[in-house]
Design a protein around this ligand. Structure first.
Ligand code: GLN
Length: 229
């Protein structure tokens, strides 16, 4: 294609640890649904890229400042973000959930009154927690990454955190020592690949075409199954 012929290598930013979408496996390889989807789409469309694992907030800033061409980081497509980003077609649905330490007495939002709650900076889960903080009377503590946020809840500094459901469910299955109280899941938005608004239209178009191709040929489902089954 024109992009690879011209030697263009897109810089794509992502999160550090957001399993099963991006994380480092036991062998030290950086893997996950986002990582594999991007690779399959790039191969399908014939473009080259360099993936930079920066952290979620930092990945968004990198795209907004033009230091990265795109971001794939389990990033929810929201109206607010559409003011500064152009999004691909949605590739994964995710609700937002509250999670607590296993065996915690916190069972509902009402139990958060007067307590500290952990969120991850610049996320959808953080926005949601902030939107109900006054109503339920809790204080918010921000963290840069998901594992540090979970650890704070497990050690009991904060009594709960807000995280994307598929990510929390995966981590609980992997033995994170946390649980999701019933009735604490709220509607979230689907994930999309994003570029800076008005920039990299060609990259966005290739992502959409590649995504459609790998959905049609079964690769998309294979990738999702590999990490979630
Ligand atoms: N889906 C959430 C968001 O876009 C969280 C993403 C993440 O933590 N990597 O805000």
């Amino acid at each position: 294609t024109a992009s690879s012929a011209s030697g263009k290598k897109y810089v794509i930013a992502t999160d550090t640890v957001f399993a099963p979408f991006e994380f480092t496996d036991e062998s030290g390889a950086f893997v996950g649904i986002d990582v594999d989807l991007l690779d399959a789409i790039a191969k399908d469309q014939g473009f080259e890229y360099e993936l930079q694992s920066l952290g979620f907030d930092a990945a968004l800033v990198a795209v907004q400042s033009g230091q990265a061409d795109g971001v794939i980081a389990g990033m929810s497509i929201t109206d607010e973000r559409k003011e500064t980003f152009d999004f691909s077609d949605a590739y994964y649905d995710a609700d937002v959930t509250m999670a607590v330490a296993a065996g915690s007495s916190i069972a509902s939002y009402d139990d958060l009154n007067g307590k500290k709650v952990a969120v991850k900076t610049a996320t959808n889960g953080s926005d949601y927690a902030k939107s109900i903080a006054d109503q339920y009377g809790f204080d918010i503590v921000e963290f840069k990454d998901s594992p540090t946020m979970y650890q704070d809840v497990i050690t009991g500094n904060t009594v709960a955190c807000f995280e994307d459901y598929p990510v929390m469910a995966y981590n609980i299955k992997q033995g994170a020592g946390m649980e999701m109280p019933e009735g604490t899941t709220a509607a979230g938005s689907s994930y999309g690949f994003a570029v800076q608004k008005g920039q990299n239209a060609e990259l966005l178009e290739m992502f959409n075409k590649g995504l459609a191709d790998i959905k049609a040929n079964g690769t998309y489902q294979e990738i999702v199954d590999k990490y979630t089954k």
